[in-house]
Design a protein around this ligand. Structure first.
Ligand SMILES: [Zn+2]
Ligand SMILES: [Zn+2]
Length: 226
């Protein structure tokens, strides 16, 4: 279906204030509070979101780049994107992530993008992997390559609503490497893309698997940290 027909049938309405015209209006967009560069693990100020030594060993990522604080209107935007299936929002969100990545990349590293995979069960119920949609937009905006180098091995319960310890046990061993992409991942800087980071156990588990398969450096890029 063309965009014009979709717009006719479902006129865009701001997911936060409900005004007609766009999925996020200019007023609400201006209210998004972006995160200043810090170590996203512990909150210490840090240029380009480079993680401190402690957090680097904890999360396995050298940069943990976060776009905005987890508050309104961002919550409504992410909710609209994930649960109300307003997939066109991935264009805006992905573009913001692309800008964030550019602003915080002062390296000359060869970068590839890897989306955090969604388990098949949830892919079937939701119909799309939000991390992959965001990644596709970043790929398009920056001309980088997005590769589905990770896949889920086991069905994990949703991370929200579990205690910290349960979350870690829940995610351990959950990801497998897709060896088709070994040559691309080997020796590259991999940027893991996800929508929301909770405890970071998903990110660190993904980072571990990528490291084991030759990635030189791992960064993570997320919309918000809950
Ligand atoms: Zn609005
Ligand atoms: Zn830290």
């Amino acid at each position: 279906m063309g965009d014009w027909l979709l717009n006719l049938l479902f006129p865009p309405r701001c997911v936060h204030c409900k005004s007609f015209g766009d999925w996020i209006c200019d007023k609400c967009f201006a209210e998004i509070v972006t995160v200043s560069p810090i170590c996203s693990g512990c909150g210490k100020l840090s240029d380009h979101f480079v993680t401190c030594g402690n957090c680097r060993s904890r999360f396995g990522v050298k940069r943990l780049i976060v776009f905005s604080h987890w508050q309104e209107p961002m919550k409504s935007i992410v909710y609209g994107f994930k649960y109300k299936r307003i997939q066109v929002l991935s264009k805006k969100l992905g573009t913001w992530l692309a800008e964030r990545l550019t602003q915080n990349n002062d390296s000359n590293n060869e970068i590839i993008l890897v989306p955090v995979p969604l388990h098949l069960f949830r892919l079937l119920t939701r119909g799309f992997n939000q991390a992959e949609l965001l990644g596709r937009q970043i790929e398009k905006t920056l001309g980088l390559k997005l590769v589905p180098a990770l896949k889920r091995k086991k069905a994990t319960a949703p991370q929200f609503g579990l205690t910290k310890n349960l979350r870690r046990g829940n995610i351990e061993g959950a990801f497998a490497f897709n060896s088709r992409y070994f040559d691309l991942v080997n020796n590259s800087t991999v940027v893991l893309v996800d929508d929301i980071m909770a405890t970071g156990s998903t990110i660190s588990e993904c980072a571990k698997v990528l490291k084991q398969n030759g990635a030189k450096e791992i960064w993570a890029l997320v919309l918000s940290k809950a």
